[in-house]
Design a protein around this ligand. Sequence first.
Ligand SMILES: [Zn+2]
Length: 246
Amino acid sequence: MCDHHEKEVNAADRRALLKSAGAVSLLGALGLGFTGKVAHAAALTRAQRDAMTPDEIIALMKKGNERFRKGKNQTHNYLAEQRKVSASGQYPAAVILSCIDSRAPAEILMDLGVGDVFNARIAGNISNDDILGSMEFACKVAGAKVILVMGHTKCGAVAGTIAGAELGHLTGLLAKIRPAVDATAYQGDRSAKNNAFVDAVARKNVELTIAGITNGSPVLSEMVSAGKLKIVGSMYDIETGALEFF
Ligand SMILES: [Zn+2]
């Protein structure tokens, strides 16, 4: 391919991007995205991310979930987003700690794009020293301003904990969820067959995970005290698609 041809291809690529619904994800919701002057898909620049408060970022995540559950996700050009963040660096606004459950894909259910958030996924959305280290990197080094711990309904890890499941390395992981079972005040059937109890434990597990993050990481708790970081909990309803923040 000669240089001239390559330039033509790049120009065509840019025109295609200009025509695409490039104003996506967090930026699209802010109205800061695609203007027609910028031949890129929307992805957060450092200045745009730094200009947002934690509360504003949380509000955008809520709006993204509203779009998702109404079936009105923005049109993403993921490849264009990928190219932008690979060329300019990543400036994610938040870090999400969520379950590995295939029915709870955080970026999709909040209509987020490439480069918008860090995402740690582990069964039962529990934390440990390695997760804390990842979050400290995401917030203190890379500048994320929100930690969202996301539990979900009908969580198999929570149900397994309640049922006393044991399997290889899973046994040790479920032991980290066990305190939430004990701490859940619930009158009635406290078995894994009762979805209402499983969901109540999942919610308590989110609360205890947040407490564990705050108590376990002076780096993060100091950022919270300084107003530079907010840690919030949420529960995702895998049937309705609604994400409830608390
Ligand atoms: Zn789960």
